[in-house]
Design a protein around this ligand. Structure first.
Ligand code: FAD
Length: 621
């Protein structure tokens, strides 16, 4: 049966990529359909119920700056908030929230159900309707046909999903959910490059069986951080504490003994796992000199006893899991509520995608999330938003949009994926961004909200709040420049202790704030009212304190932009460029970057190689 309603955008999969994708397309005015296995699992966190962290919170704030749902849902579901790297520079500061799984899901569902232009339909997508090299729609498990000029595929770990616990395995999308077999088979018929990856999760523990007296407590931060630029502390539910324990020599011995029944160490699993989120057996094996690893014990929610022991992800047989858990201090009598497991799944080589996340070979088909080789809710959400927005743009006959590496972590993520591909689950870090001083989590709105508004992603309420904030920052910067403190005045005396010597002449508040000994809290109130909004105070302080570094980074960006415009002909013969190593020639020939800037980002292409190319292109261009 053909479904009579025609859509502009169909999104398959209601995980983190899918929800941001369909919301973005619908916000932009496109008639959008979200097809998902199960409405009750919309926005479900397959693993750790936590959002944010280093590099990841930057993505969440960018999604938020573009009107997305993840940060708003985190503020409504977060039961412990912390600012990581609080003592380090603003570029690497990151907000992390432990979430109540059920509250987070409910918040996402509420946003989805109240989004105009969006229909949700519970059905597995089994097939794509492809005519020639163009996607036309989707066929569901019960044979319903839905038509649209664009389809966004966000099916996570479900394609050909295989769950492993010890040497036993079965098909599954994640524990408790079916895999996508029909769709996986169909996609393997299309001209797409498919490979396998794996990820894993720890056993969950019943809090009633844990001895908390022996555990170290870990509290959230005060004042309480918020994730969304629109968020308020009052949005947060009750806050709780987490705990810390450790593995020990006995735990490691149990793991070593179980390795002969590990699917990873016996070669049953082919897929490569996440390097930065390894299983406990991987950690014990790879870092054999360490006799202990930290385990963070995090509540799964306010209304459940289940705990998430962060750090002991495992696919060892259940009897080994049981023993290893009980060897850990505090877990001596622990009851496991769900076994840990690993899952292997299909992913597609992201080098087959364009900057808008549309497939190069099938027009109108977009890919986002875990199926592009990434890991993490935040990475998935960011890609989802970008793919959904670009699907809407394509359906509306408009040019595509993708932020540059110097504008957003979303730009870094997409550029890394489509230029270099990935052989292991890709996660975001601040170290992946060469312009991280510009790409801070505190200024994602200043970087992106205006672009989001132009695209139609940002609603009136957010836009107004943003404009007021931007104006308040400008006014406060001007006030600091216009306000002077005379030597010998009461205000100058108030600073003498901090400066260790009295002021020798007149200074503006702006100049005083540049001094390393002084903060906004020291000078903002000296003459007149300081800014009321803490986000405004933070921006003013960072701008003044880091102006020199920020300007230098801006110069680098401007220099690179010149390269960005230096095109490399599609049929360019790299073998004629003298001085390039064979390895660099091979990588460039394989990747065929369109510009010099893109060439420079291919792994192994050194700055020296880029200079040689630039000289050659200028001489022969
Ligand atoms: P998902 O969240 O998986 O969502 C996919 C959605 O698509 C689901 O709603 C599903 O029902 C739906 N769907 C699938 N096929 C179809 C179909 N044919 N038709 C209709 N709907 C369909 N990330 C980390 O950062 N750290 C970790 O340690 C970590 N561990 C993990 C452990 C496990 C066991 C799993 C399963 C995941 C883990 N992840 C981890 C990954 C994290 O869950 C994903 O990165 C994130 O959920 C990806 O979001 P997504 O939207 O791409 O896919």
């Amino acid at each position: 049966m053909d479904y009579s309603q025609r859509y502009d955008v169909i999104v398959i999969g209601g995980g983190h990529a899918g929800t941001e994708a369909c919301l973005a397309a619908a916000r932009m005015g496109s008639r959008t359909l979200l097809l998902t296995h199960n409405i009750d699992t919309l926005g479900q966190m397959s693993c750790n119920p936590a959002i944010g962290g280093i590099g990841k919170s930057h993505l969440v704030k960018e999604i938020d700056a573009l009107g997305g749902a993840m940060a708003l849902a985190t503020d409504k579901g977060g039961i412990q908030f912390r600012t990581l790297n609080a003592r380090k520079g603003p570029a690497v500061r990151a907000t992390r929230a432990q979430a109540d799984r059920a509250l987070y899901k409910a918040a996402i569902r509420e946003i989805l159900e109240n989004q105009p232009n969006l229909d949700i339909f519970q059905q597995a997508a089994d097939d794509l309707i492809v005519e020639g090299d163009t996607v036309r729609g989707v066929v569901t498990q019960m044979g319903l046909k839905f038509y649209a000029p664009t389809v966004v595929l966000t099916v996570g770990t479900f394609l050909g999903g295989k769950i492993h616990i010890g040497l036993q395995n079965h098909s599954g999308g994640r524990a408790g959910d079916p895999p996508s077999i029909a769709l996986a088979n169909r996609l393997r018929e299309l001209p797409l490059t498919v490979d396998r990856l794996k990820t894993g999760t720890p056993p969950r523990i019943d809090a009633r069986s844990v001895n908390f007296d022996t555990l170290e407590k870990q509290f959230g931060d005060t004042p309480l951080p918020v994730m969304s630029y629109m968020g308020k502390v009052e949005d947060h539910p009750e806050q709780v504490c987490c705990w810390i324990t450790h593995t020990n020599a006995r735990t490691h011995e149990i793991i070593h003994k179980g390795l002969d029944r590990s699917p990873m160490y016996t070669g049953v699993i082919d897929g490569v796992g996440p390097r930065y989120c390894p299983s406990v057996e991987d950690k014990v094996h790879r870092f054999a000199d360490k006799d202990s690893h930290q385990v963070f014990i995090e509540p799964e929610g306010l209304t459940t006893h289940e705990l998430y022991p962060n750090g002991i992800s495992t696919s060892l047989p259940f009897d080994v899991q049981f023993e290893l858990v009980r060897s850990i201090v505090g877990f001596e009598n622990a009851h496991i509520t769900r076994p840990g497991y690993a899952i292997e799944y299909d992913f597609f080589d992201p080098r087959d995608l364009k900057y808008n996340l549309e497939n190069k070979f099938i027009h109108g088909l977009f890919f986002a999330g875990q199926i592009n080789g990434t890991t993490g809710y935040e990475e998935a959400g960011a890609q989802g938003l970008l793919a959904g927005a670009n699907a809407a743009l394509l359906a509306q006959g408009k040019a595509s949009w993708s932020p540059r590496r110097d504008e957003a972590y979303i730009g870094v993520l997409v550029d890394d994926l489509i230029t270099m591909g990935t052989r292991e689950p890709y996660r975001m870090f601040t170290s992946r961004a060469e312009y991280r001083l510009m790409l801070r989590e505190d200024n994602a709105d200043l970087r992106l909200t205006e672009q989001g508004r132009e695209l139609g992603l940002v609603d009136d309420v957010r836009w107004q709040a943003f404009c007021e904030k931007r104006e308040a920052i400008a006014l406060e910067q001007q006030r600091l420049k216009d306000t002077w403190i005379q030597a010998g005045s009461a205000e100058a005396d108030a600073l003498a202790d901090r400066l260790k010597s009295p002021l020798s002449r007149e200074y503006s508040l702006h100049d005083l704030l540049k001094r390393p000994e002084l903060t906004y809290a020291d000078v903002g109130h000296l003459k007149g009212e300081p800014a009321g909004n803490p986000q405004v105070r933070e921006q003013v302080e960072i701008h003044v304190k880091y102006a020199g570094y920020i300007d230098r980074q801006q110069d680098d960006i401007n220099r690179l932009r010149q390269h960005e415009n230096t095109a490399i002909p599609a049929d360019f013969d790299y073998s004629v460029v003298e001085g390039l190593s064979n390895e660099v020639k091979q990588k460039l020939t394989e990747n065929r970057p369109e510009t010099l800037a893109r060439a420079s980002r291919i792994q192994g292409v050194t700055p020296a190689a880029v200079s040689l190319l630039l000289i050659y292109l200028k001489k022969h261009g």
